[in-house]
Design a protein around this ligand. Structure first.
Ligand SMILES: [Zn+2]
Ligand SMILES: [Zn+2]
Length: 129
């Protein structure tokens, strides 16, 4: 059965792949709204869920909001505690930790996540002035 990927979903994926800012659904909605006037925030959420299920998009729950990205290879993140900016950090994945965690628990571990929290460059420069 062929699944037809809707135009809107296509644009949502493109918008995500064109940025490395790990945006929220709201950001994507605001960005595409001028171009797709009948777009709703609910549609954006629904399509993001489908894209995630299909493996095109990665969801990153952060605090009370979900951030999304088109980079689906496993990687760690930097999170600015002041402005909420999220960036990728190129640091080797610590693969053995999954096995360790599964030995120490009754969980079958699928993945793990590491977020480094701190103050981004922009915010550091703001306080220096
Ligand atoms: Zn910042
Ligand atoms: Zn990322």
């Amino acid at each position: 059965m062929a699944t037809r990927r809707s135009k809107q979903r296509e644009r949502i994926l493109q918008a995500l792949q064109a940025t490395d800012s790990h945006p929220t659904a709201e950001w994507i909605y605001q960005k595409l709204k001028p171009e797709i006037p009948n777009l709703s925030l609910g549609t954006v959420y629904r399509n993001l869920a489908i894209l995630q299920e299909q493996g095109f998009v990665q969801k990153m729950p952060l605090g009370t909001t979900d951030r999304f990205e088109g980079n689906i290879t496993p990687h760690y993140h930097l999170v600015c505690e002041r402005c909420g900016r999220v960036a990728d950090i190129e640091i080797p994945m610590y693969a053995e930790i999954n096995e360790k965690a599964s030995t120490m628990s009754s969980f079958k571990i699928n993945r793990h996540r590491i977020d480094f929290f701190g103050i981004c460059e922009k915010c550091q420069n703001k306080t220096k002035k």
